[in-house]
Design a protein around this ligand. Sequence first.
Ligand code: FE2
Ligand code: FE2
Length: 214
Amino acid sequence: MATRTKSRQSDRSSSNRSSSAGSNRSSNERSAFSWGESGPIIAAALGGAALGFAANYGRKFITQAVSGISGDWDEVLATEHDLALAVFDKMLATDSSQTWKRSMLLMQLTHMLDKHAHEEEMVVYPALREADQAVEADQLNAEHGYIKTFLYELGKIGPDASNWLEKVREFRVLVAEHAKMEEGQVFPAFKRNLDEEQNAKITALVNKDGFWAA
Ligand SMILES: [Fe+2]
Ligand SMILES: [Fe+2]
């Protein structure tokens, strides 16, 4: 676990992680989020609310299946951090002519971060506050606000803006630092004081929340 955390964090400063972590996780990434890129086309082909409803549940199961791979709640969240950072790297590999790809990647990232924030804000941060880590929970919660601000700004400037890549690069730094604080400090300190049953409960609640937010 310690080794995993260390190697994970050593990747955080890089803005080009796709060659390392990306290659390890590319199959997961494809299976989990391929819906995001082909979704509108498939949805249009299916037509009808009933089929759309069923497809949405299929996506939920696929997304949740990937989230469930890692086991404990903190590992699920760490995997989601890595998947989001890999999307940032794809965004950073685009040029201003690839406006459609940029828009699709931004939509995918928004969905991933939204689900992730929901799991943390509805389960993990309240549990941190309960465990006398309210200061950390509130700081992390405030950072989620700035993450949403970046999403808003990227949507506002549009995918062909001259400062799009610069904005994405800044955004990635914020998310990487945020993830590093969670994985390296706050979550381990919290987890150390959980017994097995409490830990399992947090894992179950995160998985349940992730399913509905997927
Ligand atoms: Fe967070
Ligand atoms: Fe997180």
